[in-house]
Write a protein that binds this ligand. Structure first.
Ligand SMILES: C[S@@+](CC[C@H](N)C(=O)[O-])C[C@H]1O[C@@H](n2cnc3c(N)ncnc32)[C@H](O)[C@@H]1O
Length: 265
């Protein structure tokens, strides 16, 4: 188990699909459509959300092969249950062992909601592997550190500050970049002479996403308390205020960035 359970991934997936920048999806698909039978390697695939975001938009006559990579066997099984085997391979790989990554013949390395968990070193090594193979790179939905609510609470900025500090802690792939992930990836690919496109892909959550808001808010509490600057009573008050407003015409914007890096011809 990775700690990302499939019900959380299912809850966030509609917001993720709505948030992805359509221009970058379009550019990614147009790059892939120049390949005869593109091979996409999706890392940290979870239950296969990248397939549902990209695969359904491909022209029907374009055949492609997906290699879905994750270290969590339960998530891979769920991906297989949903997607089947035709055109899909499933690889249980811990990405700390990059030599096990099935990159042979890959056209695109993709990921979503993943690179903010990764370290600077991981991003650099991944960029180098991608460039060695002259592959494209598309990483969507990297948290950018900005969370804003239309009903402010006096502790919002401290809560987000502490949450962002926690995002920089080790998530299993070295000290995580958190909100700095896209800037770092951009630098790594620029130094490899890739063409880079970056676009915002925020979640805009309203009452219809009340359950996602509730789970997100509750999920922030543990990290904030672990940082330890705010006390449990203050955090409880903040959480109660926020949960009360989820159904009251409130809205919440959570910032993400998408990045596409294309090899120069
Ligand atoms: C936030 S989830 C995103 C899942 C999916 N890409 C999505 O957008 O729904 C992060 C994923 O990265 C995977 N992951 C985290 N660390 C990993 C590692 N060291 N090796 C392989 N997969 C890892 C987790 O198992 C999880 O599926």
């Amino acid at each position: 188990m990775s700690g990302f359970d499939k019900s959380w991934l299912a809850l966030r997936e509609p917001a993720d699909l709505a948030a992805r920048d359509p221009g970058l999806v379009e550019r990614t698909l147009s790059w892939l459509s120049q390949k005869e039978r593109p091979v996409i390697v999706d890392i940290g695939c979870g239950t296969g959300s990248s397939v549902r975001a990209l695969g359904t938009k491909f022209p029907p006559d374009l055949q492609m092969d997906w290699r879905l990579v994750d270290y969590d066997s339960e998530l891979l099984s769920e991906a297989r249950r949903q997607l089947g085997d035709d055109g899909f391979e499933y690889h249980q790989v811990d990405l700390n062992q990059l030599e096990d990554l099935p990159l042979e013949g890959a056209s695109l390395l993709s990921a979503s909601a993943f690179f903010d968990l990764a370290s600077a070193r991981f991003c650099e090594e991944m960029a180098a592997l991608v460039a060695e193979r002259h592959c494209a790179f598309y990483a969507a939905l990297n948290y950018d550190g900005k969370v804003e609510w239309n009903h402010p609470h006096p502790l919002d900025s401290e809560v987000v500050r502490d949450f962002n500090q926690h995002q920089r802690m080790d998530k299993g792939l070295g000290c995580a970049l958190g909100p700095q992930a896209v800037a770092h990836l951009q630098g790594a690919f620029e130094s490899l002479e890739y063409r880079i496109l970056v676009a915002e892909s925020p979640w805009d959550l309203g009452e219809e996403q009340a359950m996602l808001q509730q789970e997100m808010l509750k999920g922030m509490v543990g990290p904030i308390l672990e940082i330890g600057r705010l006390g449990p009573a203050e955090v409880d008050d903040w959480l109660a205020f926020r949960l009360d407003r989820v159904h009251e015409f409130s809205s919440c914007r959570v910032g993400h960035l998408d990045i596409l890096a294309l090899p120069s011809d």
